[in-house]
Design a protein around this ligand. Structure first.
Ligand code: ATP
Ligand code: MG
Length: 419
């Protein structure tokens, strides 16, 4: 990709209202653009990052046997009436509900339990049809009272939501813990250290649910976690208890920290099936209600969280699995022709290259490269050519080295391997 042609160039100034690093850096770097409060375009750079995040999640979920599909975003009132949630005050707060010209009532999706339950009613009948594990990546609309932090909390956002249905509570929980592991693997691949935090179910369920929280001063949530074991609870669940020693392992101390919720899983049980009258015939022919669970991740919030955790004062430091491009190629005075050739060769070899061939000063181009944060930078200039090749550096530690073009591929691999 030629940087000159990319929609969404770097900006000198961050938006005035931006308070946190990810908001500033993603806006300045040309990853996102605000349409109105709580509503953002993922520009080509941002969409590349979010697509890589989605690919990781997809890969890890597919390993659990989940199937991808796509559900509608505009829902008839009737389907929401079947659980009674259309008129639930908590739901009314966040769901956009409206009438069309003929007076029919619709809602915009803020979650999809009712829709999946409706599908189960139509497409399953026997225990042999279970378990069902389906997910989609699609837009959610929520009338958030306070959108904030750039893409951290918006009124329209992408969510990966997975739903599973099972013939027994045991089967449901077996799969629930498998998804927990798949989420942890996904976040680890994005260099995010997520804690699994016990939480209450809110409008969804009365059981404990589990949030995936990443410690960060930019977070809106407060969590309590053990310094030595995996014990962690959110504020609502932990309240009333005293700090101090960990109630689980008795060894560690309880710490308090702000955190960003990047994912959430809900063991919903039979409530939805019962209220919507969805059953299956068990082995002995008896009618039973399936056990249901749902699981969400917000990939754009994840992108912002990655930036919160991986940046320095010059810009972003993308982890290698989510970087928008593998290499940032920069041509400087006297290196233009060689850079063009190299761009061609690298693209043909399958590398994803962002090529800055603009007519700008070295200072501007190198600053932009730091801001955008691609892990490997390759500079071709008169000077580097005289020294026998191209200058390769790692965004992380700034070590740079001139290497002959034949050795470039090996050098890039090495930087990626060292992480
Ligand atoms: P929060 O507590 O932050 O309001 P939630 O608990 O309502 O979020 P869920 O319904 O569990 O969110 O949604 C699943 C995931 O979707 C969240 O873990 C988060 O990553 C993402 N998400 C939720 N709300 C938003 C939002 N307004 N903007 C961006 N991403 C969001
Ligand atoms: Mg949540």
């Amino acid at each position: 990709m030629r940087y000159a042609k990319l929609l969404g160039k770097s900006l000198r100034e961050a938006p005035k209202e931006a308070e946190i690093a990810s908001h500033k850096l993603l806006a300045r770097g040309g990853f996102v653009d605000q349409l109105m409060a709580g509503s953002w375009t993922l520009l080509p750079l941002g969409w590349r990052v979010v697509s890589k995040i989605n690919d990781i999640i997809r890969e890890e979920l597919d390993k659990t046997g989940a199937q991808e599909m796509l559900m509608p975003l505009m829902h008839p009132k009737e389907v929401w009436n079947r659980t009674g949630r259309w008129d639930d005050p908590g739901v009314k707060e966040i769901m956009y509900q409206f009438k069309d010209k003929r007076g029919r009532e619709f809602g915009l999706s803020f979650t999809h339990e009712e829709i999946v339950m409706d599908l189960l009613g139509k497409h399953t009948s026997s225990y042999k049809d279970y378990p069902v594990k389906v997910y989609h990546f699609s837009t959610k609309f929520r009338n958030e009272p306070r959108p904030r932090g750039g893409v951290l909390r918006t009124r329209e956002f992408m969510m990966k939501d997975l739903y599973s249905a099972h013939v027994s509570e045991g089967d449901m929980y077996d799969y629930y813990w498998q998804v927990k592991d798949a989420y942890l693997r996904s976040f680890r691949r994005m260099d995010l250290d997520a804690k699994v935090v016990e939480a209450s179910g809110g409008v969804f369920t009365e059981n404990y649910t589990h949030e995936f929280q990443v410690l960060s001063p930019a977070g809106e949530d407060i969590i309590y976690y053990c310094s030595s074991c995996g014990f962690a609870q959110n504020k609502e669940v932990f309240k009333g208890k005293k700090g101090g020693a960990c109630p689980a392992c008795k060894k560690g101390k309880i710490k308090e920290g702000s955190a960003i919720e990047v994912g959430n899983i809900f063991p919903l049980g039979q409530k939805y099936a019962k209220s919507m009258g969805v059953t299956f015939a068990d082995q002995d022919g008896k009618k039973k209600y399936p056990w249901f669970a749902s699981y969400g991740i917000g990939p754009a919030r994840v992108m912002a969280t990655i930036v919160e955790l991986h940046h320095d004062k010059r810009g972003i430091l993308w982890p290698r699995e989510v970087t928008p491009f593998d290499v940032h190629l920069v041509s400087l005075a006297g290196g233009e022709e060689a850079a063009e050739k190299l761009y061609d060769t690298m693209e043909h070899s399958g590398l994803e290259v962002l090529f800055d061939d603009r007519d700008e000063t070295a200072g501007v181009k190198l600053k932009d490269a730091d801001l955008i944060g691609i892990p490997v930078r390759v500079v071709v200039s008169k000077k580097s050519l005289e020294e026998g090749g191209v200058e390769v550096s790692s965004r992380k530690d700034k070590r740079s080295e001139v290497v002959p073009v034949e050795k470039l591929a090996g050098k890039i691999k090495k930087i990626y391997k060292e992480g």
